[in-house]
Design a protein. Structure first.
Length: 147
């Protein structure tokens, strides 16, 4: 699948949203709702999605010109749609300068983030923050230094 062979649902648009997080939740919800909004009111509201560490989704989406399919199912129906609201996919760990440029771009009007249960850094047994987690400790040190 590529933009050259797929008849776009959304008119060509520039990026106006940078989304931090490239998981299934974002793709199945925010990207879909953004596509619906752009169909109702065209404008430069396409998404530049930023993954944090794992290149798998970025690489898969890049080979498909950022197009992907979402399936909605209920007991009686199964509807599939191609989502084309994502225009660029970056990986923060590999492309920090491009991520910074996207965030600083005057055309970027909204920055969003998805934090799902895997990102909460909590102990499932207690529900408390895992203060001994290396990333939590690193963030805590940065907060104390005013960074």
């Amino acid at each position: 699948m590529s933009r050259s062979t797929y008849p776009a649902a959304v008119a060509p648009a520039g990026v106006g949203i940078v989304h931090l997080g490239l998981g299934a939740f974002h793709r199945a919800h925010q990207a879909v709702f953004t596509q619906e909004a752009m169909l109702a009111e065209p404008g430069d509201w396409a998404i530049c999605a930023v993954g944090q560490r794992n290149p798998a989704v970025r690489d898969a989406m890049s080979t498909q010109d950022c197009l992907f399919t979402v399936t909605e199912r209920d007991a009686e129906h199964e509807d599939m749609r191609v989502v084309d609201s994502v225009r660029d996919v970056l990986l923060a760990s590999d492309q920090p300068d491009r991520v910074t440029a996207a965030l600083a771009d005057p055309a970027t009007r909204i920055v969003t983030i998805t934090v799902t249960e895997a990102g909460y850094r909590h102990d499932p047994a207690t529900g408390r923050l895992r203060a001994d987690d290396p990333e939590v400790a690193l963030m805590s040190m940065a907060d104390h230094r005013g960074q």
